[in-house]
Structure formats: structure tokens, C-alpha cells
Design a protein around this ligand. Structure first.
Ligand SMILES: [Fe+2]
Ligand SMILES: [Fe+2]
Length: 276
């Protein structure tokens, strides 16, 4: 059995006495070990919530980072004070590029709030664009290369490459895949590569049914046509997996998914515990 807890999210389970912040972190536990997927944006929330959920970070065997944005990586520095030295950290190869958000004429840094050297002093970096096996039954997707469907874009996101400001291609974006007896569970961070692109990649690489999708699906800026496309594709190509969308999914998209799929769609605030 694989058990999964949402440690950090924009909202919390009522009466849980957990803390909320804009960000995401999931804890995954299998008979073979534990993984922390993203760390939220602050150590305060990550450490408070982990303690309240009974998670001992000293038992975490590996980190996975969905992408560089601060709301997924800000808790890393604080987590390092509690995790064992030099456990592996899995991410795509482009993790360490500077990321920006355009605000008028200015560009604000929104990427990793700590330098590569600081990270490398605490973990063994395992950077690759290929799917990576973290534990038996727990994989990264690697880089989502084929993106024929719409992406999870924010208009202001930029990188500076070859002397030019360019739309962020989100080459750092990955999700996690859990192999369970019933099928695959996909856990997204922000899903900037696009929900449908990510699911198509998972289906192509892992060749099994997807039974559940969790996490940030970045449908917050999706148009009405995109939402219709997402709903149709989830129904026809994936047989409507269970959905636990949170973080950057957006209220409107959540409502539309719930309207289309009823109780197959469930909220996923911090404190959510699931078993597969
Ligand atoms: Fe995010
Ligand atoms: Fe993001």
C-alpha cells in the first residue's frame, strides 16, 4: 500500500490546526521508503504541518522537486535541517535556471530561493530529463517533451536565454507517478507542462491506466475551450480518473470539473490523507 499526505497547500482541512500558504508539498510512504515531493514556500509551514501530521523528516529517503518556483522549493533549506545528509534529490536537468515573472517593465525572480551549492551540500543531486525510479513503484515523469495539448502557462513567466527574454518553456516541470495494484496515480506540482500533456506522457511511458490525479493542475488560466477539452479528454481517453486538484487549479476549473464528474472530484487541502 502507498499512503499519501498533502503536507502544504493553499488551504487546510477544517479544524486540522495546520497552516496554509500558496504552495504544495506531498509526503509519500511505501513499504520501501518515504519521499517528500516539493516543500511549499516556507520552512515554517512545512515543519509545522509535517510535525502535526506525524511526519518525521529524518525518515524521508528522497526529495523530488516538481519545478523551480519558490512556492515548491522555499521549504528546502529548512527541511535540510531535519533530513539525513546526502539523501537523493530528483529533478529535471533544467532545475537551476533563473525563473522570472514579468511585472510591468520589471522582472521579479520566482525561482529557487537557494543556490545550487547550498542544495548540493545537503543532498545528492539526481538531475535527469528521463523518468527516474525513486523507489519501487515511485517514479518521476522526467521532462514532458511532447506538448501537443495546451500547457499550464502564466503569461508573465520568463527566462533570460541567449540575451533575450523568452516565455518560460518550463523544461523543469515534472510530476510523480505511483504504480499501484489498481493502476497509476499521478501527482502534479504545478503542471506547467499542461495536465493533458502530462497524462499523455504518463500513458505513453508507463502503459497502464491512470486511476487518480492529484495536485496543482494549473487550470487557473485555462479558457472555457481549454476546460471543455480537458473534461472531454479526461472522460474519453482516461475513463475519468479520480481527481484531487489543488493549488494552481483555480476555483472556476475546480467547479467545472466537479460539475462534470461529481464525487470523482475531491478537494485536496493540507491534511488530506489518501491510500492506494
Ligand atoms: Fe505552484
Ligand atoms: Fe509554478
Amino acid at each position: 500500500m502507498i499512503s499519501l499526505r498533502c503536507v502544504v497547500e493553499n488551504s487546510v482541512l477544517p479544524s486540522s490546526r495546520l497552516w496554509a500558504e500558496h504552495g504544495v508539498s506531498f509526503h509519500i510512504e511505501t513499504p520501501d521508503g518515504q519521499v517528500l515531493f516539493d516543500t511549499g514556500q516556507s520552512g515554517e509551514v512545512l515543519l509545522h504541518n509535517a510535525a502535526r501530521l506525524g511526519i518525521d523528516l529524518a525518515h524521508v529517503d528522497a526529495f523530488a522537486i516538481s519545478h523551480a518556483h519558490y512556492d515548491h522549493t522555499g521549504g528546502l533549506r529548512h527541511a535540510f535541517k531535519h533530513t539525513r545528509p546526502m539523501i537523493p534529490l530528483y529533478a529535471n536537468a533544467d532545475l537551476f535556471r533563473e525563473r522570472y515573472s514579468r511585472r510591468g517593465e520589471d522582472y521579479e525572480k520566482i525561482g529557487l530561493p537557494l543556490a545550487r551549492a547550498e542544495i548540493a551540500a545537503h543532498v545528492e543531486l539526481r538531475l535527469s530529463d528521463e523518468p527516474a525510479k525513486m523507489l519501487p513503484g515511485v517514479w518521476t515523469t522526467g521532462r514532458i517533451v511532447d506538448r501537443s495539448e495546451f500547457e499550464g502557462r502564466s503569461v508573465g513567466h520568463r527566462i533570460f536565454e541567449d540575451g533575450e527574454w523568452l516565455p518560460d518553456p518550463y523544461r523543469d516541470d515534472l510530476s510523480l507517478v505511483l504504480e499501484t495494484g489498481d493502476g497509476l496515480v499521478v501527482i502534479c506540482g504545478c503542471c506547467h507542462a499542461g495536465l493533458l500533456n502530462t497524462l499523455a506522457h504518463v500513458k505513453r511511458v508507463f502503459k497502464r491506466d491512470i486511476i487518480a490525479v492529484l495536485g496543482g493542475t494549473h487550470l487557473t488560466s485555462a479558457t472555457d475551450a481549454m476546460l471543455k477539452q480537458a473534461i472531454n479528454t479526461l472522460r474519453t481517453d482516461y475513463g475519468t480518473p479520480r481527481l484531487y486538484p489543488n493549488h494552481c487549479t483555480g476555483r472556476q476549473a475546480y467547479a467545472r470539473l466537479a460539475e462534470a464528474f461529481g464525487d470523482k472530484v475531491q478537494p485536496c487541502p493540507a491534511g488530506t490523507v489518501l491510500a492506494f
